[in-house]
Design a protein. Sequence first.
Length: 350
Amino acid sequence: MIFRQLFDPVSSTYTYILGDSESCEAIIIDPVFEQVRREIALLSELGLKLVASLDTHVHADHVTGAWLLAKRLGSRIALSENGGAQGVDISLKSGSRVAFGKRYVEARATPGHTDGCMTFVLDDRSMAFTGDTLLVRGCGRTDFQQGSADRLYRSVHDEIFSLPDTCVIYPGHDYAGNTCSSVGEEKRFNPRLGLSIGVEDFRVYMENLGLPHPRLIDVAVPANLRCGRADQVPDAEPEWGPVLTTFAGVPEISPQWIEDNLDRVHLIDVREPQEFNDALGHAPGAVLIPLGTLPQRLDELGRDRPLAIICRSGARSARATLFLKQNGFDLVANVTGGMLRWRMLNLAVE
């Protein structure tokens, strides 16, 4: 079998590709909208035909790439019958199988984080893809989207901990660099759900997490209830750099790539003058054109190289990027996360 684990650094989401090496058919689990270009390229390089996209649940922290993959590759969309989403091709219930060549994954209903959460277990029970139901030494929250601590506890103990101890657990997210675990490990060491933890302990634990509201929930949940369907199919991604198009239609590029390729772009900073030399500083070679003055200064923008637009957080530069696209600048991208992310990555500043 062909297996790949992929990561989206913005949402800390893991995406998984499983392929049958004989038939070259493949499935993908939890694809991210902005990463579809990467997934298509990898499938092509591996010589795989995508037959289905599976989501472990209706996500609140990112938009699924299922619809976009279906539009571009003709794959089918699989989701729990309890997910409440429109546009699903394969409605899954507990015990459903999704085949790829001679292999398959079995869907197990594991509600608690949401009503429609499912864990996908490989046919030989050597791998389980648990989404947000069970994370490495943790689990998904239970305080919104039909969440229930009692149901999550039962789901993990009945449907996941009943798998062999050697079964490798592949989570939907990780925020500490962990890539996988095992059923045996989580039984012994999971501080929330281990075998020594009772349901009452777990319920009180989950009631006192004190987590903030997911930042993208107001965009992600409505979009995922349409399986990631956008108002229009995004244009093919440009070839000048690793540009990803967000669900909102904003082309974005990573700060790391920009720093490595400053001589290949015009870097435009759209903050205010007093911000340009404040504590955050500015990227080497950046040209200051505040967002409010941009409409009057379009003639100053060079067209011989792509434009990379940056601000403090990525919000103003996203607006500037869309404005420039509307005014005929096709080779343009927003620098993801702005100077905040630039500094977090310890990139060069002036």
